[in-house]
Design a protein around this ligand. Structure first.
Ligand code: SAM
Length: 305
């Protein structure tokens, strides 16, 4: 089934800007996310773009990290996400230094050579041409400015009390499906992107590329937020009736996560783990031409209107 708006919609029923989903996901991983922000070592007073800010969950963390002398611009293609982000910040401590604008990652609404750091979380998984997009983002950085990309990698996901062979079949089916689903009219997704980010960033021309990984482990008893997150993810893995997975495997998998007697989430031996990646690179390039990028933007704009 083709979708109307390939940038906004994830066909599993989780629109990219599904606010409740993103908020719960954010809360469920807050300790790791706060650690990621601490590890980035922001300079006080910097100018930061939160690229693909969605409903603005990271923006307050970024604002706090740079202090009142800094500025944060949240950019997203979705007007609905921007309205939510604006409302979230309204009346909050760092509101004065935060603004939001509609725009694309590939064509940020700021002058070239103007931004100290571009931060982008959970967006690279939707980029069909990550190297081109990262390089185009570089143009907006001051010389020596940093691009920081954070994303998931479901190649690292494990559930300790679920049949390992079944897990392998479910994950492999989804990974293979993501490689071909665009041909079936679905929008691009690479949920295995995290461990590829450093290589993409180097190919895009960034220097001093550094990768940090964050292992997210949760044991029984789970918080409500993490339970909601895992149930959503479990459904998502087998959504779209992935043709590469046997229907029996799909049913077994779903039974494990549904509320009820068989639910693995409520067992004392439950443990889940996954690893998320934060990759940083420094931009020192001056690009001889922007024509290549502009051709790419024009294609994106046609998709958007
Ligand atoms: C999964 S959400 C992540 C939101 C937020 N960064 C977070 O981690 O909570 C992805 C966001 O990226 C936006 N997006 C995807 N592709 C984009 C592009 N090329 N330019 C601008 N925004 C984009 C979507 O509209 C969506 O709000």
């Amino acid at each position: 089934m083709a979708v109307n708006d390939p940038l906004h919609v994830n066909e599993s029923g989780l629109p990219l800007n599904a606010i409740e989903w993103l908020e719960t996901h954010h809360r469920s991983k807050m300790p790791e996310r706060e650690q990621m922000i601490r590890d980035i070592s922001f300079k006080h007073g910097s100018y930061i773009v939160d690229a693909g800010c969605g409903p603005g969950l990271w923006t307050p963390l970024l604002a706090r990290a740079i202090g009142y002398q800094g500025r944060v611009l949240g950019v997203d293609v979705s007007p609905e996400a921007l309205v939510t982000a604006y409302k979230r910040m309204h009346g909050q401590r760092y509101e004065r230094i935060v603004k939001y604008k509609r725009g694309l990652l590939e064509q940020l609404p700021v002058p070239y050579d103007s931004v100290d750091l571009i931060f982008s979380a959970n967006v690279s998984q939707y980029l069909p041409e990550p190297v081109t997009t990262f390089a185009s983002m570089g143009r907006y950085l001051v010389p020596g400015g940093r691009l920081v990309i954070k994303d998931i990698d479901f190649g690292t996901m494990r559930f300790h009390n679920i049949d390992t062979a079944l897990q392998a079949r479910v994950f492999q089916a989804r990974e293979r499906w993501e490689q071909v689903r665009v041909d079936a009219g679905y929008s691009f997704e690479d949920s295995w992107v995290g461990s590829k980010l450093a290589s993409y960033m180097r190919s895009a021309g960034f220097e001093e590329v550094q990768e940090k990984s964050y292992r997210i482990v949760r044991n029984f008893p789970l918080s409500q937020d993490f339970r909601f997150y895992l149930q959503g993810i479990a459904e998502w893995f087998v959504s779209e009736d992935p043709p590469l997975l046997h229907p029996e495997d799909r049913n077994h998998w779903l039974q494990y996560f549904e509320d009820g007697e068989q639910c693995v989430l409520d067992k004392h031996n439950f443990t889940s783990e996954e690893t998320e990646y934060v990759v940083t690179g420094v931009w020192n390039r001056t690009l001889p031409t922007v024509r290549h990028f502009d051709m790419y933007f024009n294609t994106l704009k046609e998709v958007l209107v």
